[in-house]
Design a protein around this ligand. Structure first.
Ligand code: ZN
Length: 210
């Protein structure tokens, strides 16, 4: 067993999609930023991967803008937290201003709901769904304990947490989510939605004490 993570980056905020695959060629994609669907579909063909699911960490447009296009190209279901559904369907509500960007989001209807306690499978490997609101009220992360992998969306970044300067952000919820993630082992590698990956040990100086 061993998961491989390939990163694709797109959109004005350089948002990441993660293609997570196992040795048998089963895979999922976590988040689909603007303009990445074609590149991801090509990679699936190039590497001979079977895509089983698209997971959206949270309904901010920079994380899901190309999810519908990837679903159209692959025929696989899109999964998100149940509270994300109205925000994905009425994509205007997931907008926040970005200088110089005129974005007209398409409505997205997810196929599956996933929440705390659920598992998302990549072949035989199960990733735990963690509910991590704060940056956004329906935010989820995926955690694989044996591999020591956390795909964290916009919660933990090198040097600090995800911005609370967006509509719907909640500092108290963020604090609870950070405490939940801070309880994971030091060696966990954090694949966040923008910028470089980090580890929990590298972020202990600002994460809440357990
Ligand atoms: Zn976000």
């Amino acid at each position: 067993m061993g998961l491989r993570i390939r990163t694709f980056t797109g959109g004005p905020l350089a948002t990441h999609a993660f293609l997570v695959s196992d040795d048998d060629g089963r895979s999922i994609v976590v988040d689909v930023p603007p303009g990445t669907a074609g590149e991801i579909a090509s990679a699936l063909r190039m590497y001979g991967l079977t895509l089983d699911r698209i997971v959206i960490t949270h309904p901010h447009w920079d994380h899901f803008a190309d999810a519908g296009a990837l679903r159209d190209a692959t025929g696989v279901p899109i999964a998100a937290h149940p509270d994300a559904t109205p925000r994905l369907q009425n994509a205007r509500t997931s907008l926040f201003p970005v200088d110089g960007v005129d974005f007209s989001p398409a409505s997205l209807v997810p196929d599956q709901s996933i929440d705390e306690g659920d598992q998302v499978q990549v072949g035989q490997t199960r990733l735990r769904v963690l509910f991590t609101p704060g940056h956004e009220p329906s935010h989820i992360a995926l955690y694989q304990p044996d591999e020591g992998i956390l795909i964290s969306g916009d919660v933990i970044f090198p040097g600090g947490h995800g911005t609370l300067d967006v509509p719907g952000a909640d500092p108290a919820a963020m604090d609870r989510s950070l405490r939940k993630l801070a309880a994971l082992p030091d060696a966990v590698i954090v694949y966040n939605g923008h910028g470089d990956p980090t580890t929990l040990s590298a972020e202990r100086d600002w994460l809440p004490a357990i």
